[in-house]
Design a protein around this ligand. Sequence first.
Ligand code: G6Q
Length: 547
Amino acid sequence: MPALTSLPAYQALAAHAETARHWQLRDLFAQDPQRFEHMHLQAAGLFLDYSKNRLDAETLRLLLALAEARDLASWRNAMLTGARINHTEQRAVLHTALRLPRGTRLEVDGEDVVAQVHGVLEHMKRFSDEVRNGAWRGHTDQEITDVVNIGIGGSDLGPKMACLALRHYAHPRLRMHFVSNVDGHDIEAVLQQLNPETTLFIVASKTFTTAETMMNAQTARSWFIQQCGAFADLSRHFVAVSTNTAAVKAFGIDPANMFPFWDWVGGRYSLWSAIGLPIALSVGFAYFSDLLAGAHAMDHHFATAPLAQNMPVLLGLIGFWNRQFLGCSSLSIAPYHQDLNRFPAYLQQLDMESNGKRVTRDGSPVDTPTCPVIWGECGTNGQHAYFQLLHQGSDLIPIDFIASLQPAHERQRHHTALLANCFAQSEAFMKGKTADEARAELEAAGLDAAEVARLLPHKVFPGNRPSNTILMDYLTPPALGALIALYEHKTFVQGVLWDVNSFDQWGVELGKVLAKAIEAELSGDAHPALHDSSTNGLVQLAKRGLP
Ligand code: G6Q
């Protein structure tokens, strides 16, 4: 694949950017009073307003031409039909198959994966129904009250984010807990709240070898046996989600209580698989199916809508424009919905683990910056913290605002205030406040000329900050499904433009082996190795304490 910057389509964009980067959003809105009408899109129950971005119809035309030069439609079709596009691991990338309706067919290596998927969904349905209706009981014949998911990374972030987002649909008897960190404070804080006789542990690990998860699972198992006595009783209290049957068995979990998935499901794309079992337990299988259906509706849109009216494609192209040509090195995610509190953390993994890459698919260096840093926090809280930097700091940071038009509560005053803040912020980021406007305000407040001059520079807001606003009616399971799938496909689109493999994660694999040597040194099982002086010093401090 030719280097990105060598493509005529890229060069045309770079030439266009020479003038476009000086445009002011205020002017763009003044020039086209219908800008909002021209720059919004609706799909799968989501509404995207992208009019507050520093681009025009020509910019979009050029971006779409680049997408075509990069063969985006063919890559998309290759992913959706099970080609092994994760070439460094020789794997297909088929999270979209996890949400295909029953009865559709998709063959990988001669096997219909949709039938396999629905086989596991059936098992998830049976099991979640039984736990929820009280038929599944602990070894002392009591109903389950607490579910603890033990997993990390992709085996934690998705289910945790979705259970919180859908907490209004949750079963009233089931408290959901998530333990991920190897830090014992994490599991300790959860165990303290539990009665072993009414607790169900889900050990969620694709490989079933991840050190943190295995240590937490062993701790949970010892805790359970200590309290309840018998190994045999584990079968009512421990289930596994994994691709590794042998390791699950060796751990002591009955394979009948194992929910499998497949190597073509990447960790950060796995909440739709059995990794979503905590979601099905919490909200029930019917709502879990609705979540899948919402994602499938977005998949269908992504697969069939023309690129110019394709929401994930546009979101990807706009982000690419901001990153490549406006120099934005980060993207802030601002959900104006408290239940989407974990969504920025979820997107951090999705986007940064997928496109945090510096070589192209053939191993040559990418000749432009790649994935921006993704971060964020719920509005309005963020407004009282870091929004200052977004408004008046020296970096240009685009923002994705996400909100539901209707709340899941009846405190309408709160919701009106929330939405007012969301829209007011995007307006302020776009317009800023000119020196003339700031001066007029200061003079109207009765300040004398010297005071006005002194304060004026501090009261000016440059504005011209790009943002997207994504709206839904209510934060329902299908809306959440569509929202997650939107960002999955946006990530894919950008990976194609940069020509990186969005589906491997060698940096994560490195972390899985790095700590082993030092752990052995710390626990005294190995002689201290000769590290650098800082690492040696820290190891000594951990063994002997602070001087
Ligand atoms: C996700 C990553 C990573 C993975 C965790 C847990 O795409 O590969 O976050 O999900 O390292 O791995 P296991 O599920 O194998 O324990």
